[in-house]
Each structure stands twice: as C-alpha cells, then as structure tokens.
Design a protein around this ligand. Structure first.
Ligand SMILES: [Zn+2]
Length: 468
C-alpha cells in the first residue's frame, strides 16, 4: 500500500474544524498540514493517490457501537449478515462497528464469542469489534468476563427485559457489575422492566389489542425510566460505571441527567429512530407499523426534544443505530395478529451519519458535536480511541469525504442493507457520503463500491477511555 493525500477539504473532528491536507502512509494518518501549504503540495507531488476533497468535509469514519448482524431473535435471524451489513455501513460512512456476541443460556461466554467470530471472520468490509451479551450470569460466566476483557471484548450487555430469554434479575446484575468494577469492563444495560411489560403484553392480547401500535403502549415509558433508575442505583452500589443503551423516553433521560448531575459515571446512548420517528409510525395502517417495532419502542414525538437536549448537554453521549433488520415480508409478518411476535429491530447502519448530518442542518447539534456523538465518543467509550474516531497522526486512516451540498432521498430502492424496506422511506436529507477509506484503502470511491469482504479486521479493544 502506497501513500495517499486528501487535499482541499475541511477536516472536522470532535475538537476542531481545519482547512488541512492529510498524508496517509501504510493505512495510517501520518501528518496534517495547512491546506495547499508547501509541505502539503510536496506530499501531493510524490503520492501514489491524491483525493480531491475541495468543497467537502473530511471526517473520521463513523463508529457504530451497537449493531446486531445475523442476530437470532423470535425464531428468525436479523437479515443482514456481517458481509452485507458492513458493506452497507461503509456506504453510509461508518468504518467500525461493535456488534453483540450472544451467550445462550446454559452455554459459556467462550462458545458464544467463538460463534460470533466465526460469523464475522473474513466477511467484513470494515473493521469490527464485539461486546458480549450475558444471558446467564453465574459463577462460571462471571469468571469468564475477566478473560474476555483481556482479549479485547471489554463491555458486557445485560437485559432487564425479555424474561426467559436474555433477562437477568437484580442479583445477577449486581454480581456482573461488581465483577466489571474489578476487571475494567463496562456494563451496558437494556433498561426496561420486562417482568411488568410481560403482564401488560398478556393483558393487551387478551383484550384483542394485537396491532403493532400496542407494542409501544405496553412498553411504557415509566417502565423504561424505572429500570434506568434501578440500574443506576445498582451500579452505584457496585461501584461500577454504567452505559444505558437505546434511551428513548424523556423520563429515562431525566434519570440519567440526575445521575450525571451527581457526578456519577453513568452514560446514555440514543438512536436515530428515536430522534426522527415516533409512535405515529408504529400506528401506520395495514400492519406497516410493524416496520417500526423495536425495543425500547418509539415514543410520542414530544420525547424527541428531550433527546436532542440530552445530546447537546452531554447527558446523552452517543448515537448508535441498534441496527437489527428484519424484512417486512416473511419476518415482521410473523407478528400478524399478535404484536408480541413481531421481531424487534430496525435497519439503520447505513443511515446514521446522514441523519445526524441532517440534524446539523436542522440546528439540533453542531458539526463538531455530530462527529463527537457518532465517531469520537463511541470510540473512547469502547476503548478504540485514538485509533478510531478522529483524524490525527497515528490514527487509522478511516476517513470519509462527505459532500454537505448533495441531497438524497432515503429509500429501500437505493440502500445497501439487506432488508426490503427503509424506516426513512422517501425522506430527503442534505449531505451524502462520497468516498470512504478504511485503514487507507478506498472502500467507497466517489459513490461506487470498491471494498471487499475480508478487508475488515477484528479489533481488540482497550477498556473504557471515557472515564475520569
Ligand atoms: Zn440492541
């Protein structure tokens, strides 16, 4: 691999906006210099490749810290494989994903992690890492957590929802938190009171309320807030930091804000679907609402303002996708006549960078905050920084040339995710990915795909770098 120079663009990181040219050697960023300066011109003269970024943004590749490729759920599998899902990620300007390996009840963490390595190995277009889902907290699996941290799987997801599947009780959660307080792992929490939700599901179905919109009603906002509160208190008792995934309810944001005001190491993530979609979508007729069934659920539109505010005040630190696509035909349809059988999840890995750029255009966040919540903080939160998430000497050359002047219409007709619908069908957004580099290799070249399965490598992560 030779040298590449990116010239003429506006380099945006979480910290700065600079008119700078970038030198890339052997897959890494080696230097930045003032745009068109003498030194920058000398790089361009001897480079093997020069990419013209005039009039464009030059941003770090996106880091999506929450994806579920090929996840088994409700008797089916998420429809993107690691191959198709990471290709779509690249198209959308995301160059690192952190996916969730799953421990099945009764199995070891090791066998779950090995299974996810086997799914991803040799398939990925961009780099990837793993979190571990703990479905069965016991003496053996608690011990295994230490070993996983040592091999770069440094975060563990627990569920207060889904009794009988992924659910952990409060005692199990406390034990896992105590363990992570000792080994440096970060506990990620799906915070919904699943025991209470299951009662409401049963009552809704018995009363004949079977349409997708009832999925949102039974997964009550207060049951998200209650679980968020409980998770925070358990983490305090254990002396462990906590990261709450896919926050959607304003009442849950309030719990996080209160904890943050106390100076606690408590972090929150939200997702584009909670920022751009609402229960209006869940209520779409002819079962179309099933396209928007995910957990936590979409909320009434008035919640969105609280999520945006949380992102501005840093009470929420990260936007990930929770990408977990199921086709409408044949998969979402499993829940016809019973919303509780609709596979939970939405496609989005390709859309996140664009939707958040639209949020910049709309005035919700600044350009640097866009990069912070989509690239830099997820990298720091999950031990990938500064290799990922920024543009600086020494970092991997994961770089996106982004055209802020382009417009696009989001659609299943044109997206690259392996799913038969778009959650944002027909939505016009400003801005579009033009060219993408992963470790210096061009994977999207001026809107044509130039990547390959197997380019992406597993990244062993450090522990959380966002503390202290
Ligand atoms: Zn998830």
């Amino acid at each position: 691999m030779g040298t590449t120079v990116i010239r003429g663009g506006l380099v945006i990181t979480a910290a700065d906006e600079t008119n700078a040219d970038i030198l890339i050697e052997s897959g890494r960023i080696t230097a930045l210099a003032a745009r068109d300066s003498e030194v920058a011109r000398s790089w361009a003269e001897s480079a093997d490749r020069v990419i013209d970024a005039a009039g464009k943004y030059v941003i770090p590749g996106g880091v999506d810290a929450h994806t579920h490729m090929e996840l088994p759920f409700g008797g089916t599998f998420a429809s993107d494989t690691f191959e198709t899902g990471t290709r779509a990620a690249a198209w959308g300007g995301t160059t690192t994903i952190v996916d969730f390996a799953v421990q099945s009840v009764g199995e070891s963490l090791r066998s779950g992690l090995d299974a996810w390595h086997a799914k991803a190995d040799g398939q990925c277009a961009v780099d990837y890492a793993f979190h571990m889902i703990l479905s069965d907290v016991n003496e053996d699996t608690l011990k295994e957590m230490d070993g996983l941290v040592d091999e770069g799987v440094t975060s563990f997801k627990l569920f207060m929802a889904y009794p009988g599947v992924f659910y952990s009780d409060d005692g199990q959660i406390l034990r896992a938190m105590q363990r992570s307080a000792g080994n440096g792992g970060l506990i990620m929490m799906h915070a919904e009171n699943g025991i209470a939700i299951d009662v409401l599901v049963e009552q809704a179905l018995a009363a004949g309320r079977t349409d997708p919109r009832y999925h949102g009603e039974v997964r009550h906002a207060l049951l998200e807030a209650e679980a968020t509160h409980r998770a925070i208190q358990l983490a305090r008792v254990a002396g462990a930091p906590l990261y709450v995934v896919h926050v959607s309810a304003m009442e849950a944001v309030a719990e996080l804000s209160q904890a943050r005001d106390m100076g606690l190491p408590v972090f929150g993530e939200t997702c584009p679907q909670y920022l751009f979609l609402s229960t209006d979508n869940l209520a779409e007729p002819d079962f179309e609402g099933a396209k928007y069934v995910c957990s936590t659920p979409l909320r009434p539109e008035e919640h969105q303002a609280y999520l945006w505010r949380g992102l501005r005040t840093n009470d929420l630190q990260v936007v990930s996708t929770d990408h977990c696509p199921f086709c409408f035909k044949g998969q979402k349809e499993l829940g016809l006549g019973d919303f509780s059988k609709i596979p939970n999840g939405l496609p989005g890995v390709e859309n996140r960078m664009d939707l958040l750029h639209q949020a910049v255009v709309d005035g919700h966040i600044s350009r640097r905050r866009w990069i912070e919540i989509a690239c830099a903080t997820p990298a720091r939160m999950f031990g990938l920084y500064p290799r990922k998430g920024t543009i600086a000497p020494g970092a991997d050359a994961d770089i996106v040339i982004y055209d802020p002047g382009a417009t696009q219409v989001m659609s299943a007709e044109t997206h690259h995710m392996n799913v038969d619908y778009s959650a944002y069908e027909g939505r016009t957004v400003s801005g579009r990915v033009q060219t993408v580099l992963s470790r210096g290799e061009v994977v999207v070249d001026d809107r044509s795909y130039a990547g390959r399965a197997g380019h992406g490598r597993f990244i062993a992560r450090e522990t959380c770098q966002y503390l202290g």
